[in-house]
Design a protein around this ligand. Structure first.
Ligand code: SF4
Ligand code: SF4
Length: 334
C-alpha cells in the first residue's frame, strides 16, 4: 500500500492545518512506530483512526504541583509540532497554564471531570511531604487533589523529574516526592528527565490512544521503549572512556572530545535515550554540548547527583570504582 493510501486526505488536511509539513509528520510517524514496536503502516493508520473519532475524544486532566512548568513548555515546543495534533485529538479539560478558563470556572471543570471519571491524569511537579501547605491550589492541598483524581483516572502519567521521583523539590524544605509515593498500588507511567522529553510524552499518549493500554514499563515505571538503555551505552565518547581518556581541563583543546566522567558524568548509571533521540528537534544533548549527564532520568536527581561538575558525589565514586574493577565492560568496536 502506498504512502498516500495510508495517510488519508483528511489526515493530511489536519496535519497541514497545524502547520506541519506532511513529510516531517511521516518521518515522525516512522520513528515513533519503531519505538512503539508497530509497523509504520499500522501506526499511521491507527493515528488516523484516533484522530477520526472526534466524538470520543479521551478526556485528559493535566495537574501541576511543585514545578517550574518546564514540562508544559517542552510539550508545547515539540517539533514537528505533534503536540498541537494531540491536543486536538484529546479533550484537554484542565491545564492550569494553557487553558483559557481561570478561577472558579477552571476549578469547576476539574471537579466535574473527576466526578465523571475515566480520564487520563497527567501530573507535572512534585507533592510536598513536609507540610501540605507548601503546595495549595484552588484552596486545596495539591496532595488531596491528586489522591481524589487518581482514584477515578483510567491511566496516570507522571511527567518530568519532579512528578516521577521528586526532582529538585526533593532537595528543598518541602521534601517533595513523586506521585508514586502517595499513590501506593497504582500503576503510574513515569516519564522522567528534566524536563520531560516531548517525544516521550507524545509517544506515550499516542500509544495509549492507539492501543488503549500502557506501554511495557521497567521496575520503576518507565517505558522500556525510551528508558531501556543507558546514556553510556550510546555515548559517542564511550571509546574515550574505554581508553581511559578523561577530560580534566575544560580549556585544553586536546581533551575536548574526551570522556566526562571526572567532571561528574552519571551516564553509566542513567537509563534514557537522549544520546540517540537528542533534544531540541534532534539537534543536540547534554554530553555533546560538553556537559556531563546529570542523571535527570533517575530517582535521586537532583540531590544525590550533586556536586554536578565534579566526581565527588557518591554515585560518581561508585561509577569510578565499578570502572576500576572492570564492572563496566568495554564496548565492542570502540
Ligand atoms: S561516562 Fe559519560 S561522557 Fe563518558 S562515555 Fe559514559 S556517558 Fe559518555
Ligand atoms: S543526558 Fe542525562 S542529564 Fe541530559 S537530559 Fe539526558 S538523562 Fe538528563
Amino acid at each position: 500500500m502506498k504512502e498516500y493510501d495510508v495517510l488519508s486526505k483528511k489526515l493530511t488536511k489536519v496535519v497541514e492545518s497545524h502547520g506541519i509539513n506532511r513529510r516531517d509528520f511521516l518521518k515522525y510517524c516512522a520513528a515513533t512506530a519503531a519505538v512503539l514496536g508497530l509497523s509504520e503502516l499500522e501506526f499511521t493508520t491507527r493515528v488516523a483512526q484516533a484522530m477520526g473519532t472526534a466524538s470520543k475524544k479521551p478526556p485528559v486532566l493535566w495537574l501541576e504541583g511543585q514545578s517550574c512548568t518546564g514540562c508544559t513548555i517542552s510539550l508545547t515546543q515539540s517539533y514537528p509540532p505533534v503536540a498541537s495534533i494531540i491536543l486536538d485529538t484529546i479533550s484537554l479539560r484542565h491545564h492550569g497554564t494553557i487553558m483559557a478558563a481561570a478561577g472558579d470556572l477552571a476549578e469547576k471543570v476539574l471537579h466535574d471531570t473527576v466526578k465523571e471519571g475515566g480520564f487520563v491524569l497527567i501530573v507535572e511537579g512534585s507533592i510536598p511531604t513536609a507540610d501540605d501547605r507548601f503546595c495549595v491550589v484552588g484552596g486545596k492541598p495539591f496532595k488531596k487533589t491528586i489522591e481524589e483524581a487518581a482514584a477515578k483516572a483510567a491511566a496516570i502519567i507522571a511527567v518530568g523529574a519532579c512528578a516521577t521521583y521528586g526532582g529538585i523539590p526533593a532537595a528543598t524544605p518541602s521534601k517533595g516526592v513523586g506521585i508514586g509515593k502517595i499513590l501506593p498500588g497504582k500503576t503510574i507511567i513515569n516519564l522522567p528527565t528534566c524536563p520531560v522529553h516531548h517525544d516521550h510524552l507524545s509517544g506515550t499518549i499516542l500509544y495509549f490512544l492507539t492501543t488503549g493500554k500502557a506501554p511495557a514499563l521497567d521496575k520503576i515505571g518507565r517505558p522500556v521503549m525510551y528508558f531501556g538503555e543507558s546514556i553510556h551505552d550510546n555515548c559517542r565518547r564511550r571509546g574515550q572512556f574505554d581508553a581511559g581518556k578523561f577530560l580534566t581541563d575544560w580549556n585544553d583543546p586536546k581533551q575536548k572530545e574526551w570522556c566526562l566522567i571526572q567532571k561528574g558524568c552519571k551516564g553509566p548509571m542513567t537509563y534514557a535515550d537522549c544520546a540517540i533521540r537528542r533534544w531540541n528537534a534532534g539537534i543536540n544533548f547534554c554530553i555533546d554540548c560538553g556537559s556531563p549527564c546529570q542523571g535527570c532520568a533517575e530517582p535521586g536527581f537532583y540531590a544525590d547527583m550533586t556536586p554536578l561538575y565534579t566526581a565527588e558525589s557518591e554515585i560518581s565514586k561508585k561509577i569510578l570504582a565499578m570502572r576500576e574493577s572492570g564492572l563496566i565492560p568495554k564496548k565492542e568496536n570502540t
